[in-house]
Ligand binder design. Structure first.
Ligand SMILES: *Cc1c(COP(=O)(O)O)cnc(C)c1O
Length: 352
C-alpha cells in the first residue's frame, strides 16, 4: 500500500517553466540576456570559497542594504528564495484552510499553485480585453473569506501596469483586514506617467506589501533571491514561514554586489525599454493586438493560434512561452535576438 498523501494533489497544477533548446534564442522566461557584471561575478566567486558555512539565516546585511536603498527600516524588509517563495510564505502567513486568495487572470501562474499548496482557495478574476487587471471586479470579489489579493503590476504575462491613481482608488475600497500584495517583479522596467511605487504604498498602509526580485532587471534568476517590503505586522509573520537557510550565501553576496553596482544595472533597463517599443510596434504593424507593456516582454493574444505560433517560432530557433488557447509571451532580448524573433513572426503572418 502506498503511504497516505494529501488527497487534493491532483487539484494542484504543476508550474510550467519556460523551455530552452540548445542553440536557440531563449525568450521564454523574462530573463536578462547579459550575464552578471564582473563585480557581481567576483562576489559570487568569493562567496563560493566559503560555501562550507551556512548562510546568514536572516540575510541581515542584504536586508540592511535594501532598507538603506529603499529608504525604509530594516524591520520592514525580509529576503526570500526568489519572490515566488515570498508569495508562498505570504499565503501561508495570512490564510487558514479554505480562505480565499484573489488575483486577476491571466497572471503569474504561481498564484493558483501556491494558494492550493497552502490549502487556500484561488479566486481568479478575468482581465479586461486589453490585458489590464480589472481592479473593480477584483474589489467586488472580496468576501468574508478573502485574506489576500495579488496585484501583479506590470502584469505577467500580458504586460500592462496599474496606474497609481487607479491603485489608490482600489486600495481605498479594500478592507484593512485583507492583505494586498503588489507583485512588482518588473518594477524597474516601468516608464509610465503615473507609476506605482509599491514600497511607498506599503509604508503608507497597514495591509499592503511590495514584492520585488533580483531575478529580472538585476539578472540573478539562477541564484534565487527576492524581497518583501511592508508593515512589521506582515513582515514578521511572512519571515516566520521561511524555509531555514533558503537564501544561499551566494545569492546574498550577489544581491549585495548588485546594489553596490549603483545605477549600472538599472541603466540596462533603458535598452530593454527601447527595444520593447520597437518590438511592439513591429508586431502591431503585423496586425497583432499587443497590449501596452511596461515589462520586459510582449504578449500576443493569439487565442487558438497560440500553439501554432509558438511551434513556428521554435522551428525558427526562437523559444517563446506559450499559454495554449490564450496567447504567447515573448521576452525582450538584445536587438539581434529580437530581430530573429520578428523575422520568424513575420513569416507566420505571411504564411497564414
Ligand atoms: C518572475 C516573477 C516573480 C518572481 O521571480 P523569482 O525568480 O522567484 O524572484 C514573481 N512574480 C512575477 C509576476 C514574476 O513574473
Amino acid at each position: 500500500m502506498a503511504p497516505d498523501v494529501r488527497s487534493d494533489l491532483d487539484a494542484i497544477p504543476a508550474y510550467v517553466p519556460g523551455a530552452s533548446a540548445p542553440g536557440a534564442v531563449k525568450l521564454a522566461s523574462n530573463e536578462t540576456t547579459a550575464g552578471p557584471l564582473p563585480s557581481v561575478a567576483a562576489a559570487i566567486t568569493d562567496a563560493a570559497s566559503a560555501a562550507n558555512r551556512y548562510p546568514d539565516i536572516t540575510s541581515r546585511t542584504l536586508v540592511e542594504r535594501l532598507a538603506d536603498f529603499l529608504g525604509v527600516g530594516a524591520e520592514n524588509v525580509t529576503a526570500g528564495c526568489g519572490s515566488v517563495a515570498l508569495c508562498q510564505q505570504l499565503v501561508q502567513a495570512v490564510c487558514a484552510p479554505g480562505d480565499e486568495v484573489i488575483f486577476g487572470w491571466r497572471s503569474f501562474e504561481a498564484y493558483p499553485i501556491i494558494a492550493r499548496i497552502a490549502h487556500a482557495v484561488p479566486v481568479s478574476i478575468p482581465n479586461r480585453a486589453d490585458g489590464s487587471l480589472d481592479l473593480d471586479a477584483v474589489a467586488e470579489a472580496v468576501t468574508d473569506r478573502t485574506r489576500l489579493i495579488f496585484v501583479c503590476t506590470p502584469n505577467n504575462p500580458t504586460g500592462p501596469a496599474v496606474d497609481r491613481t487607479e491603485l489608490v482608488a482600489f486600495l481605498d475600497r479594500i478592507p484593512e483586514r485583507v492583505t494586498v500584495a503588489l507583485d512588482e517583479a518588473y518594477y524597474e522596467y516601468v516608464r509610465s506617467d503615473d507609476p506605482v511605487d509599491g514600497v511607498a504604498e506599503a509604508m503608507a498602509r497597514p495591509n499592503v506589501v511590495s514584492l520585488r526580485t533580483f531575478s529580472k532587471a538585476y539578472g540573478l534568476a539562477g541564484l534565487r533571491v527576492g524581497y518583501l517590503v511592508g508593515p512589521v505586522d506582515l513582515v514578521v509573520p511572512v519571515a516566520k514561514m521561511v524555509v531555514p537557510f533558503s537564501v544561499s550565501s551566494l545569492a546574498q553576496s550577489a544581491a549585495i554586489a548588485c546594489l553596490e553596482a549603483g545605477d549600472e544595472l538599472r541603466a540596462r533597463t533603458d535598452a530593454v525599454v527601447a527595444e520593447r517599443s520597437r518590438v511592439r510596434d513591429a508586431l502591431l504593424d503585423m496586425g497583432h493586438a499587443v497590449p501596452d507593456t511596461q515589462a520586459n516582454f510582449v504578449w500576443l493574444p493569439l487565442a487558438g493560434a497560440a500553439s501554432d505560433f509558438d511551434a513556428h517560432c521554435r522551428d525558427h530557433r526562437v523559444v517563446t512561452r506559450c499559454f495554449a488557447g490564450d496567447g504567447v509571451r515573448v521576452t525582450i532580448g538584445d536587438p539581434d535576438e529580437n530581430d530573429r524573433f520578428l523575422a520568424a513572426a513575420r513569416e507566420f503572418v505571411t504564411g497564414m
